[in-house]
Design a protein around this ligand. Sequence first.
Ligand code: F6R
Length: 608
Amino acid sequence: MCGIVAYLGEQPALPILIEGLKRLEYRGYDSAGVALLNGGLKVVKSVGRVSVLEEKLKQTPDLCGTVGIAHTRWATHGSVTELNAHPHSDDQHRFVLVHNGIIENYSTLKKVLEERGRVFETETDTEVLVTLIAELYEGDLEKAVQAAAREVTGAYAIVCCCADEPGVLVAARKGSPLMVGIGADEFVVASDPSAIVAHTSRAFALDDYNVCRIDKTGFRTSTIDNHEVSPKVMELELELEETELGGFDHYMQKEIFEQPRVIRNTLRGRLDHKEGRIVLGGLTEISKELVKARRFILTAQGTALHSAMIGEYLLEDLAKVPAECEYASEFRYRNPIIEENTIVIAVSQSGETADTLSALHEARDRGATSLGVVNVVGSSITRDTDAGVYLRVGPEIGVASTKAFLGQVAVLTMIAIHTGRRRFMSPDECATLLRELDQIPDKIERILQTAEAVKRVTEQHIHKENWLFLGRGYNYPVAMEGALKLKEISYIHAEGMPAAEMKHGPIALINDGMPVVFLANRGRQYDKVLSNIAETRSRGGHVIAVATEGDTHIESVADEVLWVPDCPEPLSPLLTVVPLQLMAYYAAVARGHDVDKPRNLAKSVTVE
Ligand code: F6R
């Protein structure tokens, strides 16, 4: 979603801000802008890519200064125009502000401010917020931001500066991530650590309702009621190379191909083969609750929801605990009933998805034990849960999630085995599963070696505008994920569903040559999937089957086959999803789309 970068230090701010904006490009945006403080305030904005802003900046050569703020905007209030882009100023042009999130009571505030004679030139909530800060200003920017934060409802991460205090930046946060990087004689504030690591690895995340005032002598953090707080400064583990392409054409491609390595990392040190058990330090706090658990509720959005759906199958199958999975956005508003000994698992790459975070709060307030399955270290979900397990897959830059999905499924598999083992599973049964799990990265590598074949098959069908993805059991969520991947980057319409559901309506869509992708790997429902394949072909559908290596029968019933190695059924989603990721990638490339910047999509959805 929107991105924030701000700089205060000894160096010229502009190149640092632009480089920071480029590192945030992957999050999705439609316009960009910068403001520099140098005597007065100078603001330059443009619609489109950061490169367009750079061109425009070349025509503004006098733009200099060592303090500045910058933003990439993803429109929420007001259309995509230069005027609506950030930074926004008040009507006297004394204050500038960049803002992520949504101010919910902005129209009420706007009316009050208009009554006081303030004038607005945009439809944005952000212009209302900067005007409110200006209105409340009595010579101290930090106090004005605190006062404004007490009046607004909604979510925000902001950085503000003021022409009257040229050496000061004030940042604040509620419900939208913001970090402060502490360098030698410089500070970089950003909504994402990838814009900080080029300058420093020492940083802290602002907490909700906290404000941070920065000048060249240091920083001060306080609550919005002006009580001083001490932030927890940490070392960012992110390496700069991890955020770079490293020879690949796209981040999505890089992230698909690095899956064997990152999943090895997810599993590293967590499989105790000798004792036949899983070691997950993050679960220690809730080990008693896991033994007593009577129900798991998994909640997430998008791709993370699909891995959570696989988690539902895993927990019932391997841990024998009733489990259900639900869209976080629905769960939080349906007055959910949380019984005693319920564990809620929030699954999220970013750890910042607004709906998932709110669902988690709802469940926690109703007495559930909460557990996070999250990639980004120190993110909001990790701070608001009783326990958690990190994915350890490294930064995911590609907007379409791939390696995080695999990491989530791998972690949920370990949680299910761990819970099962604590309750009834024998060390031998567990050891067998662990041996199989250990082999998964090598097997993913084997699938990636077939990438050219996947590409060839995909390219034959990219002119088809409607695809179906069908699977049963563990591979029903994989079918959903395959369809989501294809539609979000290639803009082909695709539906994923349980294979049996096809007969209840969607079969009407199948016509000559329609690509129908079947997850037809060996498993309990293999024969039933074969029947669904026959029904599809007899109606003219073109069947592409993802099948188990060595399955000689499948070639006679499917039009094309993509191969995956054999493995126990509960682990199969870790393999079957890989050809579908490749398929989506090659389809998007062949259709000429910018894979890493899919239209209308944001990497992290921090508003409802
Ligand atoms: C799709 C995708 C999204 C996210 C969803 C949740 O490729 O990435 O569907 O999975 O927005 O995001 P996180 O996992 O950050 O909570």
